[in-house]
Design a binder for this molecule. Structure first.
Ligand SMILES: Cc1cc2nc3c(=O)[nH]c(=O)nc-3n(C[C@H](O)[C@H](O)[C@H](O)COP(=O)(O)O)c2cc1C
Length: 436
């Protein structure tokens, strides 16, 4: 059977998908300090993870009740997010092999900035950079960048298409032989191998070339996580890794089949677009211990903190609704895929808004895999054998313990079954992921 790929999902702040992360008794709270990121990077590299990835957002959200009070009081997903790029630069200095993924927005950045940032990270990490391309989600972000409201859903993707086209041309603006560095002749670079791009489009005007020589991977690995129709079409064209949150196996399988066929229809080899769903392992030495762990973790989540994050993700104020009644029909403009899943689950289980908030805060609908290391591995193996995914994005319940337990107990199980690498075969992230 094929070998899987492993990414670690993180936010450089108090949460991940788990909103109990910062207050869990087994977790550390030094998420503003360098040591924890070093420890996590070294742990995941020891576990031969392909990639460590940081999600990001560009605002403290005031989507819930038109205020950031609840999100700040209880620590929602947007309460604190340090910039992933300096964090990854730090981790890069303490690791040699693990891929380093950062989120950057095509709605609120300029292509020249992004192309420079990732070319730099790729050089300094010797070919381990990845970019999670997002279109951003809410009005609170817009308000930090001179706008009163977030761009419309499809308009954001129009802008993102042009954004990527410009970045790719900037990364290609230096050929691999352009840097001469001949001390004897005094020739620094070959001007005929470095080209302006002279881009003039609907959203951007960029002359180029980039002021950084071609990086080891040529360009960062492109990650994407849109689940709407438009998001999937975008991913089919550009993404080499797709992160997704799918609450059940049937949904995941249909997402996988749909994405692979879209990649093929876009004229690409489906093996060049890896689908990695998020899962949150909660393992114990016995099944009962793992179930206790899950209960403790989930009890720590306040329903309002989940609703605050959901409001941010949906760009919709859920405080308008009664907490103790089911949610009716609503229309939102944020992350369409996640909102659609919330509405479906809430309808099928007849949940009140309070219950939705609790579930969302526990894991943002990321499935929790509970049991002994062997049982967790069984669940992962079953998903792979069922044709649901090419690997997983491991989402922690507490830090760094969740990753330490996974690396010490689940990774050896995966390796023993031939499902995961024993050693890194190459040095770049593209090599780990078998990407061209
Ligand atoms: C698993 C997952 C992770 C995501 N991570 C981020 C993120 O870190 N920052 C962000 O602005 N958007 C993030 N998004 C949002 C999407 O990447 C996307 O840009 C956008 O909201 C549109 O999604 P849609 O196509 O499902 O509507 C994430 C979405 C999913 C499903």
């Amino acid at each position: 059977m094929k070998q899987i790929h492993l990414a670690a999902f993180m936010i450089a702040g108090n949460c991940a998908h788990s909103h109990a992360l910062w207050r869990h008794p087994l977790g550390r709270i030094d998420f503003l300090e360098p040591e924890i990121y070093r420890t996590i990077g070294e742990t995941l590299e020891r576990g031969k993870f392909d990639l460590l990835f940081f999600a990001d957002r560009l605002a403290i959200s005031s989507s819930f009740g038109q205020s950031s009070d609840v999100g700040l009081r209880y620590g929602d997903q947007d309460a604190t997010r340090m910039d992933p790029i300096p964090v990854l630069s730090l981790i890069s200095a303490h690791t040699k092999s693990i891929g380093l993924g950062a989120t950057r927005s095509t709605t609120y950045c300029q292509p020249y900035h992004i192309a420079r940032t990732f070319a730099t990270l790729d050089h300094l990490s010797r070919g381990r950079a990845a970019w999670n391309v997002v279109t951003s989600v809410n009005d609170s972000e817009a308000a930090n960048f001179g706008l009163t409201s977030h761009l419309g859903h499809d308009e954001r993707y129009d802008k993102a298409e042009e954004f990527l086209d410009v970045c790719f041309r900037l990364w290609d603006s230096w050929s691999a032989e352009a840097l001469v560095l001949d001390k004897d002749t005094g020739h620094y670079a070959d001007p005929t191998a470095i080209h302006a791009i002279d881009h003039s489009g609907d959203w951007f005007r960029v002359k180029g070339p980039l002021n950084i020589p071609r990086s080891p991977q040529g360009r960062p690995v492109i990650i994407q996580a849109g689940s709407s129709g438009r998001g999937r079409a975008f991913a089919a064209r550009w993404a080499e890794v797709v992160f997704t949150v799918q609450p059940d196996r049937a949904r995941l399988k249909s997402f996988y089949v749909d994405m692979k066929s879209r990649v093929k229809a876009a004229g690409r080899d489906p093996s060049q677009c890896l689908i990695l769903p998020a899962v949150m392992p909660l393992s114990g030495t016995t099944e009962a211990e793992a179930i206790d762990k899950q209960r403790l973790h989930n009890e720590l989540v306040h329903p309002l903190v989940g609703l605050s994050t959901l409001s941010s993700h949906a760009n919709y104020d859920f405080a308008k609704h009664s907490l103790d009644e089911p949610l009716g029909e609503i229309s939102t403009t944020g992350i369409q895929g996640l909102v659609e899943s919330v509405l479906r689950i809430s309808e099928s289980q007849n949940l009140t808004l309070r219950e939705i908030g609790k579930i969302y805060g526990q894991s943002v609908l990321t499935p929790q895999l509970v049991g002994t290391a062997k049982q967790v591995t069984d669940q992962m193996e079953a998903m792979v054998r069922d044709g649901c995914c090419d690997g997983f994005a491991i989402s922690p319940a507490y830090l760094p313990g969740s990753f330490v337990e996974f690396v010490d107990h689940v990774v050896p199980e995966l390796q023993g079954r031939g499902l995961f690498r024993q050693e890194f075969a190459g040095t770049t992230l593209r090599e780990h992921l078998h990407l061209n």
